[in-house]
Design a protein around this ligand. Structure first.
Ligand code: SAM
Ligand code: 2KA
Ligand code: SF4
Ligand code: MG
Length: 228
């Protein structure tokens, strides 16, 4: 049986992009193909600006799970989710989900597509969850995802060239927006690169969106709010 290595699982609001403000359970997978996650390796990594600790399994609800265990843990964090689990087995899930919104899981990381596969997506779906992914686009997506947010990185080959949302961290030398504007996505966002130049990068991003209105600004609202 497949086991999934999970850094942390928590309930919050989606802070970024087109679904910003929507309640979601975040499932952060351990590991990434573009950086080891160790600080001493950052300067030689393909992706050097990562704002996330995805190394290991030591976060909130972190650990090894099989698909059924992971889907149970995720739906259990949704308000009323335990009742929903019972209702699901009694085939009354519709009545409860109408009142409590469609349960939503965002699979992120690290790079979730190193691990997320069809059996896990099916296990989420059986519990009434809508399944979103945040991916760097370098690994093909399994079938069945409800929302694909692809965030391209410089000096990588994109295997995902269509989806719902393209969210580019800006500015990135070698990953200029012009390279991605013809891809098959419904929404195009620029997200200011956080770090030492965050304020300057926000001004640059704002200016780029105003002069190239195909692109909208994505602020990391969870950081503004001081939530996870
Ligand atoms: C931590 S990544 C995990 C998912 C996947 N590996 C990816 O890169 O899309 C989640 C989101 O945070 C963005 N991100 C990472 N570091 C950032 C930073 N320093 N400033 C702004 N956004 C950042 C990524 O581009 C991606 O859209
Ligand atoms: N609130 C909140 N929204 C997010 N959107 C994308 C995130 C990520 O790390 O993938 C993230 C995150 O870590 N927290
Ligand atoms: S690809 Fe995503 S998780 Fe990996 S290092 Fe870059 S931003 Fe972080
Ligand atoms: Mg984050």
């Amino acid at each position: 049986m497949t086991t999934y290595k999970i850094k942390e699982i928590f309930y919050t609001l989606q802070g970024e992009g087109a679904q910003s403000g929507r309640p979601a359970v975040f499932c952060r997978f351990s590991g990434c193909n573009l950086w080891s996650g160790r600080e001493e390796d950052r300067s030689k990594a393909i992706c050097q600006f990562c704002d996330t600790d995805f190394w290991g399994m030591d976060g909130e609800n972190g650990g090894k799970y099989n698909a059924e265990e992971l889907a149970d843990k995720v739906i259990g964090l949704w308000p009323g989710g335990s009742e929903k689990r019972i209702a699901n087995s009694e085939k009354q899930v519709g009545e409860i989900s109408d009142l409590r919104g469609k349960p939503y899981v965002v699979c992120t990381g690290g790079e979730p597509l190193l691990q997320l596969d069809e059996p896990l997506i099916e296990a989420f779906h059986r519990r009434g969850l809508e399944v979103a992914v945040e991916t760097n686009g370098t690994i093909a997506a399994p079938a069945g995802l409800d929302w694909i947010c692809m965030s391209p990185k410089a000096n990588t080959e994109l295997l995902i060239q269509s989806g719902h949302e393209l969210k580019l961290v800006y500015p990135q030398a070698g990953a200029e927006p012009e390279r991605y504007e013809h891809l098959d996505f419904e929404h195009f966002y620029l997200q200011p690169m956080d770090g030492v130049d965050a304020q300057h990068n926000t001004r640059l991003t704002l200016a780029y969106c105003l002069s190239h209105p195909q692109w909208s600004l994505s602020l990391q609202t969870h950081k503004i709010l001081g939530i996870a």
